[in-house]
Every structure is written in C-alpha cells, then in structure tokens.
Design a protein around this ligand. Sequence first.
Ligand SMILES: Cc1ncc(COP(=O)(O)O)c(C=O)c1O
Length: 368
Amino acid sequence: MAYKVPFVDPGKHYRNLKGEIDAAITDCLSKGDLILREQLKDYEEHLAEFAGTKYAVGVNSGYHALHLSLIAAGLGLGDEVITVAHTFVATISAIVHVGATPVLIDVSKDYNMDMDELERAITPRTRAVLPVHLNGRLCDMDKLMAIAEKHNLILIEDAAQALGASYNGKIAGSFGLAGCFSHYPFKILGTFGDGGIITTNDPDIARIASLLRYNGEDRETGEYHYHGYTCLLDNVWAAVLDVKLRYLPQWIGRRREIAELYYQGLSDIPELTLPHFEGNKYFDVYQNYVIRTKKRGELAAYLKEHGVETLIHWPKPVWEHRGLKLGRYHLPETESICREVLSLPMNAEINDESVEYVIETIRRFYSS
Ligand SMILES: Cc1ncc(COP(=O)(O)O)c(C=O)c1O
C-alpha cells in the first residue's frame, strides 16, 4: 500500500544526497577499495571524534557491536548481565551468545532502565550492566554511573538508537567501557544495508574488537589471535557513512523540530502521552517518536485507513517469545508499554505539511 505519509522514506533520503553518495561509492569501486581500506579508517576516526571517544571500530551491525564488545570485555559463562526487557531482541541475544545470563528488568516512564530496579537486580554474579538508550534518549547516567561504580560493574551501552544524543553534554557511547551503535538503514545514521560501530576509550577493547571482526587475524603479521567472526563494516558503506555523518547534526535538528511540531499539535489531547520528559540534562535525538494511548489498535487502524504508516515497538514482551527461552517475568511497565505504544512517522525527510497531516488525522480520531 502506498502511504500518504510513510514511516520512513529511503528513496527520498537517497535522492537528497545522490550526487555525494554516488561519488563515494564510485570512488571505492573504481579504486578497488572494498575491504578495510582508507575509507573505513577515515570514517572510524570521524565517528570517534563525533562521539568523543579515542577509538571507533566499524562492524557489520549493531548486533555485532554488542556481541564483540561483550567478548572483548571478558564476559561469558556464569556472568549475569543486567539489561532491560523493553529493547530490540538483539541486545539480549548478544548476551546469550557469549554464554552469559541476561537478567531483564523493567523500564521507567521514559522507556529507559529503571535505576531502582537495577540496584534490586544485582547479585554476587552480576558482572555487567547493558543499558539501552531507547528512542534517542539517554538513560539517567548520573544514577547509572554511580550504581555501576558502587558495585564494580562493567558498563556497556546499547546506543543503537542514540547516536548524537547526550546527557550533561556527554554523548551516548562515551560513558561506558564500550558504546554500541547500529547503522541499519532506518537509524539516524544508516547505511543502505547493515552496519554498526563500537566506540571506546579503552585500547584493549578497540584492539580485541578489531581482531574479532576479521576472523581474529592481525592483518600486519598474519597471526590469528582469536577464533573470530566475519563481521567487518564494509568499506563502501563506511565511505557512504562518512558522507552522511556530515549531515547528522542537521538531521538531528530536523528530528527535534518535528518532535516539537507533534508536541504543539497533540499535547492537549488527554488520552495521549507524548515522549517529552522532564530533565534539563537530556538532549534527545528522537530516533523514534513514540506515543502512548489506551486506544492503540483503533488509532493505528484509523491512521492506516487515512494513509499514515505507524509501527509498534514492540507489541509483545520479549520473554513471551517462547523460542527465546528467557524464562518468566512480570514487569508491569514493560507490559503496559507493549499494549499502548505507537511510533509515528519520524525522519529527516518528512516535511511540515506531512507532520501537520498526521496531527490533524490524530485530532480527528479523538474528536469523533
Ligand atoms: C536498541 C537496539 N539494539 C540493538 C540493535 C541491533 O542493531 P542491528 O539491527 O544493526 O543489528 C537495534 C537495531 O534495531 C536496536 O534498536
């Protein structure tokens, strides 16, 4: 179905930058620069600079950024890693795949880790905490850092949805031992396929992750140091990301403008909860614009009928997917979020007219 306002518009996104993107790709292809070449190193350097870390290591997905970071941090069998239940499954799968035990906790009203729950979940086996900065907003980093320090926990950030977001002026991915980002096409900074990156200030994490992503091989000596993986960020995608990185501040500005338009247009509807939360330490980048309503199903159907595409992140608590074998949980906020959330169209390509149309359609739904 062709939507009047699609959730994302990858064609328009490409057309807006076509000249520069085509030139970057053609440059790689014509020089034969395909694997681990200058373009990847340049991008890593620029991204590290942007995030305020010493190193950045390009990998082929946000999932692999998490997986390699956990291995590089030395986490494995017998270790408990605390994370949130309200996240994309990859956060949890990465913990499972290193042999550690994921311990899932509830989130607060802003969809991020509830810090009281974190303290309660710590046991003698807890070695790490893996917070998720969901929807482009950081967790409460003052509390999180204090708890991690008090209990001597390794901190690895799932910043897949938070590139450019900050807390007290410090950028996501620069707080912990490692920060993990996704360059999936519909992320704030996406490739045209899969991609991800690890940020870190720790030379060992950077070195181990760089080896693991390329089958454990040191390219200079030919020595294999680990049983690794084939999960390098493709050189061509790195060249494309390097072009797009220059537009990132502008795109973040546009997302914040759209969020403000939604706020102006919808904040007087009592049945809706909008994602504008307290706290002047936060700079949110609105990877997703998630509203909450008891009439989620009806509203989504009405918007679809009127040409507005929405998504639900996520309709069912992760532990209820029996194949994941996560055990039983009862996390009230996560459960009500699953019943109530709806993500509205949010991307740098949407024009004001389309945002107004979404607002008007929602207003019509609630006035009828
Ligand atoms: C919170 C979160 N963590 C991890 C990932 C995994 O990233 P990727 O899809 O690039 O593997 C995603 C991507 O959707 C995500 O949203």
